[in-house]
Design a protein around this ligand. Structure first.
Ligand code: SF4
Length: 377
């Protein structure tokens, strides 16, 4: 230990590069790291407590750890705190959209949504997205890279460290729900998402119930089945069409896993007792909003414990799609309800700050897209 400390004093820059982000380690992984140095398991509990309950920014604040352990942590790890580039608050529904800068300069967005008695945070799992859904602003960016485990966890930690008073006065300092519905296809970054879920649900970590966390997918069937085997969080599947012809057009993933493969996968998915799969359905005027669509949807979901979220499309610049009128939407919902389905209309949060479903996109990507367009005209 002393030798390492002497080395670190001599070569601080090199040690800096060797330090790893501690919020990327699950409880088991961190225990293993500490065990290598003969540190007992309860040290991990203490470290998790300081990281996720007290949300400290330095190891020096972990006052019930011995000086020796704190120095060891300092030498081997760092506590990340991504710089906040901006924060916008929706005037319509008080959604808070945060933009954070990663160490490589890429930016990601996360949205905090105070809704009645729930404080829900929507997190990103990738920078951009490879799935190229036709109605989605993020999909338009293409995939830049996966987020590391700590970059997923740090979104929640950093937002929580800085909750505005208006949030803490109503909700205290605890998030109640997490949805993996920000930038990216979570199951395209499965291992890091699983590790982040481990940290979020661990009793010594954030200690959020599996039932309060939802992971969405555009329909990566094998990864979806793996998710069901490895964790008990809720699953949301983006359906968005009732024929392969339309789904091929709006969600190219359908060419790999068509509706039959997707729904067979949903039937096979390991659901706990009383649990249901949420099917998200972004309603696009004249594309997937007909009576025949509603009829087919009921047939497709027959036999799957399900609830349907109808999401009125959120237009964004350059999109060819339109939102149906409210009476048409409600008629679509009524058709489903009258036939025994559970179907809600979910208006996305923060439409005025482009925080709604399918609108998240880093500003740098927007800027480059507009620059490209400007160059063409
Ligand atoms: S809707 Fe989701 S999966 Fe599809 S492109 Fe957008 S972020 Fe990716």
């Amino acid at each position: 230990m002393l030798a390492i400390m002497g080395f670190s004093k001599q070569y601080p820059a090199l040690m800096e590069n060797l330090r790893r982000p501690i919020t990327g380690f699950t409880f088991a992984q961190l225990s293993e790291e500490l065990a290598k140095l003969g540190k007992e398991k309860y040290r991990t509990q203490q470290v998790f407590f300081w990281l996720y309950r007290k949300r400290v920014r330095t190891f020096a604040e972990m006052t019930n750890l011995s000086k020796e352990v704190r120095e060891y942590l300092e030498l081997n790890f760092y506590i990340p705190a991504p710089p906040q580039v901006s924060m916008q608050v929706s005037q319509e529904d008080n959604a808070h959209k945060y933009l954070y800068k990663m160490t490589d300069g890429k930016t990601i967005e996360t949205v905090l949504m105070p809704i009645k008695d729930r404080l829900t945070q929507c997190v990103s799992s990738q920078v951009g997205c490879a799935m190229a859904c036709a109605f989605c602003n993020t999909g338009d960016m293409g995939l830049m890279r996966n987020l590391a485990t700590h970059e997923i966890v740090d979104q929640i930690l950093e937002v929580a460290r800085n909750y505005p008073d208006s949030i803490t006065q109503k909700y205290g300092d605890r998030i109640t729900n997490i949805v993996y519905m920000g930038m990216g296809e979570p199951l395209h970054n499965l291992q890091n998402v699983l590790d982040s879920l481990d940290i979020l649900t661990h009793p010594h970590g954030f200690n959020i119930s599996h039932r309060k966390i939802t992971v969405s997918t555009s329909g990566l069937v094998p990864q979806m089945l793996e998710l069901g085997k490895k964790t008990r969080v809720n699953l949301a599947v983006s359906l968005n069409a009732t024929t392969d012809e339309i789904r091929d057009q709006v969600m190219p993933v359908n060419k790999r896993y068509n509706l039959k493969a997707l729904l067979d996968g949903c039937k096979e998915y390991e659901l706990g007792p009383g649990r249901r799969i949420t099917f998200e359905y972004v309603i696009l005027k004249g594309v997937n909003d007909s009576r025949s669509d509603a009829q087919r949807m009921l047939r497709l979901l027959d036999g799957i414990p399900s609830k349907i979220n109808l999401i009125p499309y959120n237009p964004h610049p350059a999109s060819p799609f339109l939102r149906p009128e409210l009476p048409e939407l409600l008629a679509f919902q009524k058709y489903l309800l009258d036939r025994g389905a559970t179907a809600t209309v979910r208006f996305s949060k923060g439409p005025d700050i482009l925080a709604a479903c399918g609108q998240l996109r880093s500003k740098e990507a927007l800027r480059s897209k507009y620059a490209e367009r400007a160059a063409r005209v």
